[in-house]
Ligand binder design. Structure first.
Ligand SMILES: [Ca+2]
Ligand SMILES: [Ca+2]
Ligand SMILES: [Ca+2]
Length: 212
């Protein structure tokens, strides 16, 4: 009986997706350097009908045994990034409305475009540019991680969106708490400490020393 109820609830959650239901992807459980792919589209995660293309990977904090050079992530130990291309595409065949938002940390400027067709096709509904800020506020690691400053950003739009293209420099931007149906990303990030800012130089999200 419980299983039936759970299944029904999951089906309801999927069917409600095109409405203004707020859904957040936290990437926990995808696994270090694994493709996000269909994790949220019938894979091991909750089935929200959200599919990511090949260059989109999950990254686990090196402090939690993964390869990530980041700190203060909004949820858990896992974030999303793209490393082998200059863009990453997320498609939601059932569509979503109202707004789109997320947390990010980045060592380079980038942008996010929301389209009304899948795979970055159709009309452009909204564009959101973001600046480099990964060491902003003199943040420090948890205990390690150069990408320690996270910002919540979002856009509102009219109509129904079916895909989002994340663009920037490969390996230089991390995303977490990707939120559909709201222009305000849910979650909280620790206030950065007031340490002196260290010279960062060229940094990427992959930690220099990987565990094997
Ligand atoms: Ca962490
Ligand atoms: Ca860390
Ligand atoms: Ca997370």
């Amino acid at each position: 009986m419980k299983k039936v109820i759970l299944t029904t609830l999951l089906a309801l959650a999927s069917s409600m997706f095109a409405s203004a239901t707020v859904i957040t992807l936290d990437f926990e459980g995808v696994g270090d350097l694994n493709a996000v792919g269909n994790f949220y589209n019938g894979g091991a995660g909750t089935n929200y009908g959200v599919a990511f293309d090949g260059p989109t990977l999950a990254l686990v904090d090196s402090d939690a045994g993964g390869s990530g050079n980041f700190a203060n992530e909004p949820t858990g130990d896992t974030i999303m990034f793209f490393t082998s291309a200059s863009a990453s595409t997320m498609s939601v065949a059932a569509g979503f409305t109202t707004g789109f938002s997320f947390f990010y940390t980045s060592s380079s400027a980038g942008s996010v475009d929301v389209f009304d067709g899948v795979n970055g096709t159709g009309a452009l509904l909204a564009t959101l540019g973001f600046a480099a800020q990964h060491t902003g506020g003199g943040c420090v690691g948890d205990p390690s991680g150069d990408f320690c400053n996270w910002s919540a950003v979002g856009v509102a739009f009219a109509g129904t969106a079916k895909s989002v293209v994340f663009s920037g420099v490969a390996g230089s931007t991390g995303f977490d708490n990707i939120t559909f149906g709201s222009e305000t990303a849910t979650g909280a990030v620790p206030e950065p400490s007031t340490y002196a800012m260290l010279g960062a130089g060229l940094v990427t999200l992959i930690a220099a020393r990987r565990r094997s």
